[in-house]
Design a protein around this ligand. Structure first.
Ligand code: F6P
Length: 359
C-alpha cells in the first residue's frame, strides 16, 4: 500500500544528514511511496502554513550524497513543550505540531536526531499517536545502543587532519600545540582523533587530570629530543579546580568553549614551552561526509523506511557489529554513552604512552 512519510533533521547538524535523506527517498521511491521533507526540525510544523515539501527522486541523483549540512534545515533550540515566546514566557506548542502533522496526512515520520531531540520527538509522537522511527546522528557519538552515529566519523577525520596540519608548524617553531575539539560531555572525538593524530596528551571529561601530570608528560617529550608536543582537549574538560569553561551567547544560551586556552596557558607556565591553541569548533560539523558516514547514513536511511514498511515504530536504527539493527528509542535515550574507563581505546591510548592526564 502506498504511503506518505515525513522526514526531518533535528538538533545540531553534522556531515551525512543529506546522505540519510537521499537513502530514504530512494528506498521509498522503490516502494512507490512519497516522502515529504519538514523544514527546520519541528519548527516547520509550528508555521502557518506548515513548512514542508515533497522530495522528488530527481533531486537526489547528483551531489546531495557528498554535501555537508542538511537540505531540510535544523534547529537545536525551542523545545515545543516549553517554547520561548517573544515576551519571554514559555508556551506548550506541542498541539500545534501534532495538528499540522495530521493535516499533512503523513503515515509516519523519520526523525534524524540526537538523544536530546529524540526525547522531545518521542514525547510528541506518544502524545499525538504519531508513528516515528529514529536515525541517530551526532558528532559527539554519545547515543546509546549504537556503535556509530552519523557525523562522528567525519568530525574525527577533521580533528585528525587538524593534528596533521598542526604537527609540521609545531615542529618548525618548537611549540606545543593544544587542539580543543567538540563533543559536549563525551570525549569520543578527542580520544579517537588524539590516537589517530599522534597526540602526546588527550584530556577528556570522563577522566580527571592534574596539570602536574600533563606538564610532566610534555617535559618528558621535550627532554627526549623531540621539539614539539600535541595536546587534544575535549571542550567539556573542566579546570583543575572543577570549573566549566562556557561562553554565553547574546541569546543567553551557554555553550562549551575556552578550556583549550586555559590548558595552553598552564602548559606554558608549567613547562616553559611556547604554546599555541586552536579551537576547532564547527568545522567538525561542516565538511563533506567521509565514506564511512555516507555508508552508515545510507544503511540507516534504507532500514528506517523498511521499519515503516514492517509497521515497526518507536524504534531507532543502530549500527552493531557492522550491521544495521533496530532498538527501542527509549533504550537508546536511556543508555547515554560517554567514554567508559574500560573502553579499549582508553587502553590503546595508555599502551601507546599517551597521557590521559591522570598518571
Ligand atoms: O552536539 C553537537 C555539538 O556540536 C557539540 O559537540 C557542541 O558542544 C554543540 O553541538 C555546539 O552547539 P551549537 O551548534 O549550538 O554551537
Amino acid at each position: 500500500m502506498s504511503k506518505k512519510i515525513g522526514i526531518l533533521t533535528s538538533g545540531g547538524d553534522c556531515a551525512g544528514l543529506n546522505a540519510v535523506i537521499r537513502a530514504v527517498v530512494h528506498r521509498a521511491d522503490l516502494l512507490g511511496w512519497e516522502v515529504f521533507g519538514i523544514k527546520d526540525g519541528t519548527h516547520g510544523l509550528l508555521q502557518d502554513p506548515p513548512q514542508y515539501r515533497k522530495l522528488e527522486i530527481s533531486e537526489f541523483d547528483g551531489n546531495i550524497l557528498r554535501r555537508g549540512g542538511t537540505i531540510l534545515g535544523t534547529t537545536n533550540k525551542g523545545d515545543p513543550f516549553a517554547f520561548p515566546m517573544p515576551d519571554g514566557s514559555l508556551k506548550d506548542r506541542s498541539d500545534e505540531i501534532i495538528a499540522n502533522f495530521k493535516k499533512i496526512g503523513l503515515d509516519a515520520v523519520i526523525c534524524i536526531g540526537g538523544d536530546g531531540s529524540f526525547a522531545i520527538l518521542r514525547k510528541l509522537a506518544q502524545k499525538g499517536g504519531i508513528n516515528m522511527v529514529g536515525v541517530p546522528k551526532t558528532i559527539d557519538n554519545d547515543i546509546g545502543c549504537t556503535e556509530a552515529s552519523v557525523g562522528f566519523d567525519t568530525a574525527v577525520s577533521v580533528a585528525t587532519e587538524a593534528l596533521d596540519r598542526l604537527q609540521p608548524t609545531a615542529a618548525s617553531h618548537d611549540r606545543v600545540m593544544v587542539l580543543e575539539v567538540m563533543g559536549r560531555d563525551a570525549g569520543h572525538i578527542a580520544l579517537t582523533a588524539g590516537i589517530a593524530g599522534g597526540a602526546d596528551v588527550i584530556l577528556i571529561p570522563e577522566i580527571d587530570y592534574s596539570l602536574e601530570s600533563v606538564n610532566k608528560k610534555i617535559k618528558s617529550v621535550l627532554a627526549s629530543g623531540r621539539n614539539f608536543g600535541l595536546v587534544v582537549v575535549s571542550e567539556a574538560v573542566k579546570t583543575e579546580e572543577g570549573e566549566k569553561y562556557m561562553v554565553e551567547y547574546s541569546d543567553g544560551q551557554k555553550r562549551y568553549g575556552g578550556i583549550g586556552n586555559y590548558i595552553g596557558e598552564k602548559i606554558a607556565e608549567g613547562t616553559g614551552a611556547e604554546t599555541r591553541v586552536t579551537t576547532l569548533g564547527h568545522v567538525q560539523r561542516g565538511s563533506p561526509p567521509t565514506y564511512n558516514d555516507r555508508l552508515i547514513a545510507s544503511a540507516f536511511g534504507v532500514r528506517a523506511v523498511d521499519l515503516i514498511a514492517e509497521d515497526k515504530f518507536d524504534r531507532m536504527v543502530a549500527w552493531v557489529n557492522r550491521s544495521v539493527v533496530d532498538v527501542p528509542i527509549k533504550d537508546a535515550i536511556a543508555a547515554y554513552q560517554d567514554v567508559s574507563l574500560d573502553d579499549s581505546l582508553v587502553h590503546t591510548a595508555r599502551a601507546l604512552g599517551i597521557s590521559l592526564g591522570d598518571n
